[in-house]
Design a binder for this molecule. Structure first.
Ligand code: ADP
Ligand code: MG
Length: 254
């Protein structure tokens, strides 16, 4: 089965359980949104999928095209075709954006082979133009001193170059003004297609006007409590998250 499948996942940070039995499947070719209030565990979910060492998976599984990735190190997960864009992208002082991207691409080449420099720069400039990024940016250290919006564009540039099978985008809209939101969303939309699955995590419905999801999931307190069509996002925007909290707090009648 071509999908990114999260199966009854439980995740702890220290001794606190944050993800509490979360199940979700993103078939290749689809865009799924996860919406949820602050603190519901959305970023924890993306970190756990990426293999961050501070996030302990106590049970359940994460399957990429049917194979568990939980035993893999973060870089190995990336090589299987997983990409994560974090809510707070990491800064890597001393490593230029161009070198970082080249190293990431070369890591995927067969042993001993490298991408040709001219080809690499052509490809990078082409993708940067789409994201309206200035050329000088390539020489700057990864994410260092970049504004929130520039970091987000940089994440999308990395994704555009790496062409992952599955991409998890955590709050890609945070810190973006409306122009940047439009450009970044167009960058994501350009990569939609039968070969890619997306998990788009967001607190606000706004992003989903630009990246229209196939399916919306609502996450509360570490679980998916509701799954529906894209219209579910409007219902949430209108009523807030409390209506779902109230619903799930009600005892199930016999
Ligand atoms: P969301 O992204 O939905 O806002 P998070 O996954 O960031 O939620 O956080 C979920 C819960 O986990 C919150 O209660 C938060 O305080 C806690 N948490 C997140 N990261 C850490 C951490 N590194 N150490 C301790 N607690 C954390
Ligand atoms: Mg978050």
């Amino acid at each position: 089965m071509s999908s990114l499948k999260i199966q009854d996942l439980h995740v702890r940070i220290g001794d606190k359980e944050i993800i509490r039995g979360l199940t979700l499947e993103i078939p290749k070719g689809e865009v799924h949104a996860v919406m949820g209030p602050n603190g519901s565990g959305k970023s924890t979910l993306s970190k756990a999928i990426g293999g961050h060492p501070d996030y302990t998976v106590t049970s359940g599984d994460v399957l990429l095209d049917g194979k568990s990735i939980l035993g893999l190190a973060p870089d190995e997960r990336a090589r299987t075709g997983l990409f994560l864009a974090f809510q707070y992208p990491m800064e890597i002082p001393g490593v230029s954006n161009a070198n970082f991207l080249r190293a990431a691409l070369n890591a995927r080449q067969p042993e001993g082979e490298e991408i040709e420099a001219t080809e690499f720069y052509e490809h990078m400039y082409e993708e940067m133009d789409k994201l309206e990024m200035r050329r000088e940016f390539t020489a700057r250290a990864v994410n260092e001193g970049l504004s929130g919006g520039e970091k987000k564009r940089n994440e999308i540039l990395q994704m555009a170059m790496l062409r992952p099978k599955y991409a998890v985008l955590d709050e890609t809209d945070s810190g973006l003004d409306i122009d940047a939101l439009r450009i970044v969303s167009a960058g994501v939309n350009a990569q939609r297609g039968p070969e890619t699955g997306f998990l788009v995590i967001t607190h606000y419905q706004r992003l989903l006007d630009y990246i229209v999801p196939d399916v919306v999931h609502v996450m509360v307190e570490g679980r998916i409590v509701r799954t529906g069509p894209k219209e579910l996002a409007y219902e949430l925007e209108e009523k807030g998250y409390d209506f779902i909290r109230d619903e799930i707090a009600e005892p199930v009648s016999a």
